[in-house]
Design a protein. Structure first.
Ligand code: SAM
Length: 357
């Protein structure tokens, strides 16, 4: 059998090698993280780029079985942050030199929604004098809409495939036109055609998910030649369909361990892409985002959503930061970056080198 040491000296991992790395323990696991740190040091350095996150609306027309803001959750109060409030959050990021903004929403396809995002994009350009990077995470849209938002100033787009395995995908989503795997994949390809820095990602530790599925997810990201990745552990939400399978979910420790290995392996496979240290990591373990930075991530997204709305954007249970305001989130993020031995690249957009080179 090929050893982890031999695998790590390979130029290109195949599925079997990735499975071996995902299963590694003890010294072998240590070797994986050392290699990922070396690659990160060489291609990325220890700079962390910030994106001020605005969770614009929890309105959503979909019913993904894992997500707390799905349309069928009647317990939620639905909100859409007003333009002046969004502008205040943008100003906060600009004043604090965050370098970039992320706008995240539920999934809505309508002219008024397209227009609302366009207006926000114009505001970002105005407030930031064109110096703020913009990532959108607003789900599947027509190529026309993607083009419109690109022309209005968006640079990047994050659309997680959630799982690249079709069979598993349909265990996580209803099998209908609104939740179609092929349409989601086509949307990702359309984003690339429109010239976005394109990101995707998956949830890790889902019920029914195998190590082989996760290995395929990493190969999917390499084959799609993505520029950015946001992936993290699956976390149960009591008011969702998937909750009934909670006994099939790996322990918190196992999900954290797998997520860190996924980040480390992806860093080795796709050396110069941007990888986010996600909030979900922090939910499962204190210091989870620091661990993600050490494992190979280089992007952090301090939440700048006005405190009033945060509780209603509960994608999963125990989401951290719901009682905070932008200033509190800023302080906790700064501390954790220094604790991880990294340096904040203030005022820089932090575009994906993979895209630029
Ligand atoms: N609606 C947009 C989309 O689908 O691309 C973006 C917003 S969506 C709420 C953001 C991400 O939250 C999803 O892509 C999903 O991976 C993640 N998410 C939702 N529910 C989750 C859960 N229970 N555990 C972990 N991540 C979850």
């Amino acid at each position: 059998m090929t050893t982890v040491y031999q695998i790590l000296s390979e130029e290109r991992f195949d599925k079997e090698s990735i499975v071996t790395l995902l299963k590694s323990e003890g010294n072998d696991k240590e070797l994986l993280f050392v290699k990922a740190a070396e690659v990160k040091h060489e291609y990325i350095g220890n700079m962390v780029h910030l994106r001020g996150l605005i969770e614009l609306t929890n309105q959503c027309s979909k019913n993904c079985f894992y997500c707390g803001i799905g349309a069928s959750n009647k317990k939620l109060q639905r909100f859409m942050i007003s333009l002046p409030e969004v502008e205040e959050a943008i100003q906060f990021s600009y004043n604090n030199n965050y370098g970039s903004i992320v706008i995240q929403t539920g999934e809505i396809q309508s002219e008024s929604f397209t227009q609302a995002i366009e207006d926000i994009l114009f505001s970002i350009t105005k407030i930031g004098n064109g110096k703020l990077g913009v990532t959108l995470s607003c789900g599947e849209q027509s190529i026309r809409t993607y083009r419109r938002w690109k022309a209005a100033g968006a640079h990047r787009y994050l659309l997680r495939i959630e799982s690249s395995n079709k069979e598993l995908y349909y265990k996580l989503h209803p099998n209908n036109k609104k939740h179609n795997y092929d349409i989601r994949l086509e949307a990702l390809k359309n984003l690339q055609k429109c010239g976005y820095q394109t990101g995707t990602g998956v949830m890790i530790g889902l019920p029914f998910q195998t190590i082989e599925n996760l290995a395929d997810d990493l190969l999917f990201m390499r084959d799609l030649n993505i520029d950015m990745c946001g992936m993290g552990p699956y976390i149960e939400h009591v008011d969702t369909e998937l909750y009934k399978y909670k006994d099939l979910v790996p322990t918190k420790e196992a999900r954290v361990d797998l997520s860190l290995k996924m980040i480390a392996i992806l860093r080795i496979m796709m050396k110069d892409i941007n990888i986010a240290a996600t909030t979900a990591m922090q939910t499962l373990v204190d210091g989870g985002r620091e661990m993600a930075l050490v494992a190979g991530a280089n992007i952090l997204m301090p939440n700048t959503t006005p405190g009033l709305y945060r509780e209603q954007y509960a994608l999963y249970n125990d989401k951290p930061g719901i009682n905070e305001e932008a200033e509190d989130s800023k302080q906790s993020i700064e501390k954790l970056i220094y604790r991880a031995g990294c340096v904040i690249a203030y005022g820089e957009m932090g575009n994906s080198r993979h895209f630029l080179l």
